[in-house]
Design a protein around this ligand. Structure first.
Ligand code: NAD
Ligand code: UGA
Length: 435
């Protein structure tokens, strides 16, 4: 089957490469010329563990192609995935669908034989109906089917998540025509155990938002429990184990931390409240989650200022600035909300990140290694859970009286009992002695 992905970002590139790795002929299209030229030369635009080798392998095997020629790619494909970005619109809440509709217009002009058009981008319920309307203006409905196939991969774990997903969701209003084709496409994955879930198109669109909003709620819930733990001297990790072992609750996504961030949970929770408004349904839980998550970033900045006591002129070094480990994605990362508040109080900031210097942080000094961060600051903040921060060389710290704020609970408080280090973490007693 000839496939094309329109939009070669985190989702389009990863899924495109992995479908080609399963033996399909895949063309990845993007309107960013530099990105496409780089990919042809083996230069990968994002940090995603294991992706480089797969791109090079499949490109050399001539199963994977990169192009900016969208018209040719559409004409030449049987299955077209739309994987363009759907960021938050200017109103600050809705999903901006201009990329999706622009692509639908272009597809509409290039339908030369029957095609399945699949929205893999995260789009509000009923967007498929709109895409179908655009296509119908120029084409007879027997020439195409519009299907929703939401993507559930996580950045940093994208290859594993694509190969071994819990489920594949296909939403189609003409299942007789589309499901056998898409079942076949996904067969190498479902054979390994992933559930194949066939629904209406609107249900599939809504499943995606419900999943992200539910996970964001779970994280926000444990973060609020962590706040309570700090007041009463309990340990949030024990609470997470104590509730997570109940199969009805489940143990995953119960790690308390510095609020949820990233390119999806923040934008998708907001968009879901807007979808609710459009259909006169108050999404009150999700609204509260968004507020609580925003407040958390502010509270964490306050906690840092409290740890410093007199913040003016104090030096604070951040370890990791992305929204989680194993990605270089800076979209909606928590520290972008924390830094301005610290700078305003005269704190001198610096950071190290395993994926290098960030254009988003031009005013903040980038340090090339963890050692310098550990040695030259009054407070070190562990902001992301990269493996290289799990075995920091605290013994090498010359600066006596340094403080550590571990926002990911990578260490146990009692590890610092006999060190000259004051250790703070999330939802656990400071320098607690474990029984
Ligand atoms: P991204 O910004 O990394 O990539 C989108 C790409 O689309 C960019 O390279 C951009 O240049 C290209 N593009 C935009 N308009 C185009 C057009 N008209 N023609 C051709 N190319 C165009 O975005 P992403 O993170 O891959 O997300 C894509 C979609 O998938 C979003 O809806 C997102 O919510 C969803 N999603 C993302 C993830 C994730 O982990 N990032 C996971 C699941 C779902
Ligand atoms: C998330 C979802 O997990 C994916 O299923 C989904 O496809 C994707 O959004 C999307 O729609 O784009 P991602 O944003 O890559 O994936 O990363 P997650 O691992 O979900 O983490 C999101 C945020 O929550 C991060 O800031 C992370 O640190 C935080 N988090 C996660 C916690 O604070 N605690 C946890 O237990 C888990």
């Amino acid at each position: 089957m000839k496939i094309c992905f329109i939009g070669t970002g985190y989702v389009g590139l990863v899924s495109g490469v992995l479908f080609s790795d399963l033996g399909n002929s895949v063309t990845c299209v993007d309107n960013n010329h530099e990105k496409i030229e780089n990919l042809k030369n083996g230069i990968i635009p994002i940090f995603e563990p294991g992706l480089d080798e797969l791109v090079i392998k499949n490109y050399n095997a001539k199963r994977l192609f990169f192009t900016t020629d969208i018209n040719h790619a559409i004409k030449n494909s049987d299955i077209i995935f739309i994987a363009v970005g759907t960021p938050t619109a200017k109103d600050g809440v809705s999903a901006d669908l201009k990329n999706v509709y622009a692509v639908a217009q272009t597809i509409s002009k290039n339908i030369n034989k029957f095609k399945i058009i699949i929205t893999k981008s995260t789009v509000p319920v009923c967007t498929g109906d709109e895409v179908e309307k655009i296509l119908r203006k120029k084409n007879s409905s027997s020439k195409f089917e519009v299907v929703s196939n939401p993507e559930f991969l996580r950045e940093g774990e994208a290859i594993r998540d694509f190969r071994y997903p819990d489920r594949v969701v296909i939403g189609s209003n003409n299942p007789k025509k589309t499901i056998p084709i898409l079942k076949k496409l996904y067969e190498p994955i479902t054979k390994k155990g992933a559930k194949f879930i066939s629904t209406s198109r609107r249900s599939a669109e809504l499943i995606k938002y419900a999943a992200n909003a539910f996970l964001a709620t779970k994280i926000t819930f444990i973060n609020e429990i962590a706040n309570l733990c700090e007041q009463v001297g309990s340990n949030v990790e024990d609470i997470a184990i104590g509730i997570g072992t109940d199969a009805r609750i489940g143990s995953r996504f119960l790690r308390a931390g510095p609020a949820y961030g990233g390119s999806c949970f923040p934008k998708d929770t907001k968009a879901l409240t807007k979808i609710g408004k459009k259909f006169k349904t108050h999404m009150s839980v999700v609204e509260t989650v968004i507020k609580s998550n925003e407040k958390r970033k502010n509270n964490l900045a306050d906690k840092i200022l409290n740890i410093l006591k007199n913040p003016k002129g104090k030096k604070v070094g951040f370890l990791g600035v992305t929204f989680k480990a194993n990605t270089d994605d800076m979209r909606d990362t928590q520290c972008l909300k924390i830094f301005p508040k610290l700078l305003k109080k005269g704190v001198k900031l610096s950071y190290y990140d395993p994926t290098g210097e960030k254009k988003e942080l031009k005013k903040i000094r980038f340090i090339k290694n963890t050692k310098e961060i550990l040695n030259n600051n009054d407070l070190v903040v562990i902001h992301t859970e990269w493996d290289e921060f799990r075995s920091l060389d605290f013994k090498s710290i010359k600066n006596k009286g340094v403080k550590i704020f571990d926002m990911r609970n990578l260490y146990q408080p009692n590890e610092f009992l006999n060190k000259n280090i004051k250790y703070y973490s999330i939802g656990r007693p400071t320098n607690e002695k474990k029984a």
